[in-house]
Design a protein around this ligand. Structure first.
Ligand SMILES: CCc1cccc(CC)c1NC(=O)n1cc2c(c1)/C(=N\C(=O)c1ccc(N3CCN(C)CC3)cc1)N=N2
Length: 309
């Protein structure tokens, strides 16, 4: 793909004799379906299917997401898909699924996406019921790093939930599906479909003043995600009406098996006032994250002896 093509051409150091022959320019980034061998289907969503694929000339393995233009028009989501492509194409972070390129034919749009070989995080969560604290903390640390990168680019994801997170070959998580992401600040009131569980209070019931919201919406969702990783269900899960009411009031209970440090982080993220939510820098420095994520922390604790704790 482009980065590989560019890399390959820079690897070839032309000899002086080469200067006489016309050096072929790296190919423009035009992709078409014939360039790919299509493999097994990986999954399907509301508007598309995704297949394992291999780019023939480089052998590069990727995922090819196929969207039918007619379905996008019917679903009135063309604008959203255009925004997803525009936003995700410009992102490069280890915990954000790469969108390498796209092309279309008369009926379909094709997205060339990074292949996450360990599949969908929510299936891992359902299978394990809930994650041990060390695993949940490592995932939240990766999410915080990805969100910090997004927010620095003034991108709000707005749809952080287990269903939109994939797992890469080394067990690292990757935020995907930027269909709901927007540039901040934003007061877009698209009809949100799907679960309410992850929506922050300011997106549920806009205040009297115009309903502008900021990147802080992703902090609330990070709190809901932390809770769901540790407990196995979302904090405000209930009937739709009750869920909205409980979110608006911040009514949730954290079971006793959740450690005091994890409880503290959840409470600092699930704050009704967006301005009072713990910022991502402090999430990354939180004792619960440091305890489980800083390399050698365990060794350090052993070395300094737990007696001081
Ligand atoms: C079109 C599908 C869709 C709709 C909406 C949102 C999203 C993002 C999550 C997606 N998926 C998407 O864009 N995707 C982009 C992707 C992608 C999905 C993907 N991998 C998989 O889906 C996957 C699934 C199962 C899997 N195995 C399951 C069985 N295990 C034993 C071995 C591993 C291994 C990989 N890689 N890039």
């Amino acid at each position: 793909l482009p980065s590989q093509a560019a890399q390959r051409s820079s690897e070839i150091q032309p000899r002086s004799s080469d200067y006489t022959a016309p050096v072929s320019q790296p190919q423009p980034k035009q992709f078409h379906l014939g360039m790919f061998e299509i493999g097994k289907p990986l999954g399907k969503g509301k508007f598309g299917r995704v297949y394992l694929a291999r780019e023939r000339s480089t052998g590069f393995v990727c995922a090819l997401k196929v969207l039918h233009k007619s379905e996008l028009t019917q679903g009135k989501v063309e604008k959203q898909v255009r925004r997803e492509i525009e936003i995700q194409s410009n992102l490069a972070h280890p915990n954000i699924l790469r969108l390498y390129g796209h092309f279309h034919d008369s009926k379909r749009i094709f997205l060339i996406i990074e292949y996450a070989s360990k599949g969908e995080l929510y299936k891992h969560l359902r299978r394990e019921q809930r994650f041990p604290e060390w695993k949940a903390a490592q995932y939240i640390a990766q999410m915080a790093a990805a969100l910090k990168y997004l927010h620095k680019k003034h991108v709000i994801h707005r749809d952080i939930k287990p269903e939109n997170i994939l797992v890469g070959m080394h067990g690292e998580i990757k935020i995907s599906d930027f269909g709901w992401s927007v540039h901040a600040p934003n007061n877009r009131r698209n009809t949100m479909c799907g679960t309410l569980d992850y929506l922050p209070p300011e997106m549920i019931k806009p205040g009297r003043e115009e309903n502008w919201y900021s990147e802080k919406v992703d902090l609330w969702s990070l709190g809901v995600l932390t809770y769901e990783f540790l407990v196995g269900e979302a904090p405000f899960e209930d009937t739709p009406v009750m869920t909205q009411r409980r979110i608006a009031r911040g009514e949730m209970t954290i079971p006793p098996f959740v450690s005091a440090e994890a409880r503290d982080l959840i409470k600092r993220l699930l704050v009704l006032d967006p301005e009072k939510r713990i910022p991502l820098d402090e999430v990354q420095q939180h004792p619960w994250i440091i305890k489980h994520c800083v390399k050698g922390e365990r060794a350090y604790q052993r070395a300094s002896g737990d007696k001081q704790r």
